[in-house]
Design a protein around this ligand. Structure first.
Ligand SMILES: [Zn+2]
Length: 410
């Protein structure tokens, strides 16, 4: 049995490694190092000259980009008159000593402000979801080149999430970005270069958001209407620029600290404790009136593994785990109105809760549909396939993997 399974795995890897040109081909690769070998994707290659340098902070709109200039010029005069803060790497030591304790800019990094004053005219950030006993499920920093095992796991559990994508990663791993839409996940913006946003000039901050939106549109065919500031670093100036671009600011109330393991004395045990605390808070009634958002990441294999390890317990604790847009009853998550999500009521009616089996793995209930339900549907678009169609691992192989996984655990 084991040798048969391994043989099947080897065959799958060898066959799928040939196709690095389509979303489905890329999604079928099971070897992480093959997944993370660079490839060229023609639409990105053709458009690269119109985008900023990958991983380089955007300081200005790209020369001759008249569409971007027009958009920026239209908002520029009304951007709140707030000076940039600190450095792009997040050193605020020269800034905070003179910053008023009243926090006039509603600067999250200072005292976690998420509610700008009424006078600002800005909407509050989204740090919780309105639906009770519900987890607004999301992951930052993708698309990660080696995310297939994680996305396979989500698909097997019919679980959709909100993915906060970095523009530079989208340009590097466009087929991985397409997979989010193909699998029915929601995509939000997580800036171009992942620096502290309050440090940027107005034009630079605009560019960090704008070019990420353009990259996601280029690759997936959809334009996000939400963003999350890296490190949560946002103030009223940055909120305004984002809002003028049609982006709602999404933060969190709970931090798993998965991204910090190995730094600042944070250990894997601390991360587990953060998950455990969140779960204890559900039974403690903390989310009986509104649901939760916890900061978790697609950053590396550890953060994805810890997400999978904790999914069964989260699924047991919360009544519902849904993408943030679904928990907000936001049925058009993108600028393109041909792509729709179900509202919360119909989403949960069509997504039977995952049932947790005794060995700790999770399997979807038989009543839930793997192909037609989907949280999203798209009649046209760059990918040209229904968002709900996602199963790429043959059922027999998937079952085999579960068996193999269980065997290895013993
Ligand atoms: Zn991030």
């Amino acid at each position: 049995m084991l040798s048969l399974l391994l043989g099947a795995l080897a065959l799958t890897g060898a066959a799928s490694a040939q196709d690095r040109t389509t979303e489905s081909g890329e999604a079928a690769i099971t070897d992480p190092s093959t997944e993370c070998t660079a490839y060229a994707y023609a639409p990105v290659t053709a458009a690269k000259a119109n985008f900023p340098e990958i991983w380089t902070p955007v300081t200005a709109i790209y020369p001759n980009d008249t569409a971007a200039y027009a958009k920026f010029t239209a908002m520029n005069a009304s951007i709140p008159d707030i000076s940039p803060k600190g450095t792009m790497a997040g050193d605020f030591s020269n800034f905070t000593p003179t910053y008023p304790a009243t926090d006039p800019d509603c600067w999250w990094t200072y005292h976690q402000c998420t509610t700008p004053s009424a006078a600002s005219g800005l909407s509050p950030d989204v740090a919780s979801v309105p639906e009770p006993r519900t987890l607004g499920y999301g992951f930052d920093d993708g698309p990660n080149c080696s995310h297939n095992a994680f996305y396979d796991y989500l698909t097997e559990n019919e679980q959709k999430a909100t993915m906060f994508y970095i523009g530079s990663n989208v340009m590097d791993w466009p087929l991985e970005a397409q997979r989010a839409v193909a699998d029915g996940h929601q995509i939000c913006v997580h800036t171009w270069s992942h620096r502290y946003m309050t440090s940027f000039s107005n034009e630079g901050a605009f560019g960090e958001l704008y070019y990420t939106m353009q990259a996601i549109k280029l690759v997936t065919g959809v334009t996000p209407t939400c963003w999350r500031p890296p490190f949560g670093d946002v103030d009223n100036r940055i909120r305004y620029i984002a809002s003028q671009l049609g982006l709602e600011t999404i933060l969190w109330k709970y931090d798993s600290n998965d991204w910090k393991v190995g730094t600042d004395g944070i250990t894997a045990q601390d991360v587990q404790q953060n998950y455990d605390n969140l779960i204890a808070n559900v039974s403690g009634g903390l989310f009986d009136t509104q649901g939760a958002i916890m900061l978790t990441h697609e950053l590396n294999n550890y953060t994805m593994q810890v997400a999978m390890d904790n999914y069964p317990a989260l699924a047991r604790a919360f009544d519902h785990i849904v993408p943030i847009a679904v928990a907000q009853n936001k049925t058009t998550p993108y600028v393109e109105t041909n792509y729709t999500f179900q509202n919360f009521a119909s989403y949960i009616a069509n997504h039977t809760n995952a049932t947790v089996v005794s060995d700790g793995s999770v399997s979807a209930s038989a009543g839930a549909s793997a192909v037609s339900g989907g949280s999203g549907s798209q009649s046209t678009g760059a990918i040209g396939k229904s968002a709900g169609v996602a199963l790429r691992v043959p059922a027999s192989l998937a079952l085999g993997l579960v068996v193999l996984g269980a065997a290895l655990c013993l």
